[in-house]
Design a protein around this ligand. Structure first.
Ligand code: AMP
Ligand code: MG
Length: 280
């Protein structure tokens, strides 16, 4: 998944659970990676039919979250993100390249049919949601192995199962986007926490920072007034997609969105404020 994964688990099945999570993350990468040629998503993007119900189901959830966020989250940006290539050898594409690539993007161009997924001319990048699904699978496996206390961190995505063994809630830190310390601590039990931030993956050219969260309207890194957006939710999949979306929306829209949809989030603004929103 191109990130560090850290798992802590307590209980008599903890070893078995760790092995199961390890196997599961490898399995998930084999489905959802946009870049591994053997993956199911690669097959789908290459118009081959070799993909599972599980992929169809995450794509359908991704589309629903695109609709909910009015396209701030959009899983069809692969042609544009391939131009920027934040994963390695990043560069600034020309405006023409971006506008050409954008013609093939747009979640509303995908449809789910009884045969599976009709991508139209789009190509999918599930990088903004797949770690969240991995977090949901982590929770599922914890239940399956009767684990009552565990914490899994998948890059900017954390899932906690139960509370700490002493009964206290887990304490999860939100990183200070400008430093090495933390900006806030969340006390959580049985929840997923996803943070999207401009500082996670970026390059600098002539003094300007170019980061990996793209504005689907422009194809350029989102000009957000936020440094990071954190979403706390029972569903990892939802938390992941929504943290990406809130970052793209920026403070004002993100606040309205969370209030309207009862989403619990913590925004860190460029002018160093921490905005804590916990909806009903
Ligand atoms: P995250 O770290 O969860 O915010 O996801 C960022 C990743 O999602 C990027 O590395 C891209 O693969 C992909 N991505 C970038 N911009 C968007 C967007 N607006 N909507 C959905 N996925 C995106
Ligand atoms: Mg995300």
């Amino acid at each position: 998944m191109d990130t560090y994964i850290q798992i802590t688990a307590y209980g008599k099945n903890a070893d078995k659970f760790l092995l199961a999570v390890n196997e599961e993350t490898v399995r998930l990468e084999g489905i959802f990676s946009a870049h591994k040629q053997e993956s199911e998503l690669f097959a789908l993007n290459s118009r081959k039919d070799a993909y599972s119900e599980e992929l169809v189901s995450l794509v359908s959830e991704a589309i629903a979250l695109s609709e909910l966020t009015e396209g701030a989250f959009d899983p069809t940006l692969l042609p544009v993100s391939n131009l920027w290539n934040f994963g390695g050898g990043a560069r600034i594409p020309s405006e023409e390249e971006i506008s050409d690539a954008l013609k093939h993007c747009g979640y509303e161009k995908i449809s789910l049919t009884h045969n599976g997924i009709d991508l139209g001319k789009t190509e999918l990048d599930l990088g903004g949601i797949a770690k969240g699904y991995a977090a949901d699978r982590f929770i599922f496996l914890a239940k399956e192995n009767s684990i009552e206390s565990a914490m899994g961190s998948f890059g900017g995505m954390v899932a906690v199962v139960g509370s700490k063994p002493n009964g206290d809630p887990w304490k999860i830190a939100i990183r200070d986007p400008k430093g090495n310390g933390f900006a806030a601590i969340l006390n959580v039990s049985d929840l997923c926490i996803s943070t999207s931030g401009a500082y996670e993956r970026y390059f600098t050219f002539e003094g300007k920072v170019y980061h990996h969260i793209l504005d689907p309207k422009t194809g350029y890194p989102a000009e957000s007034d936020l440094l990071s957006a954190t979403v706390i939710n029972e569903s990892g999949t939802k938390a992941d997609a929504l943290s990406t979306a809130l970052f793209v929306m920026g403070e004002s829209k993100a606040v309205d969105f969370c209030e309207e949809n009862g989403i619990c989030a913590v925004l860190i603004t460029k002018d160093n404020r921490i905005v804590s929103l916990c909806g009903a």
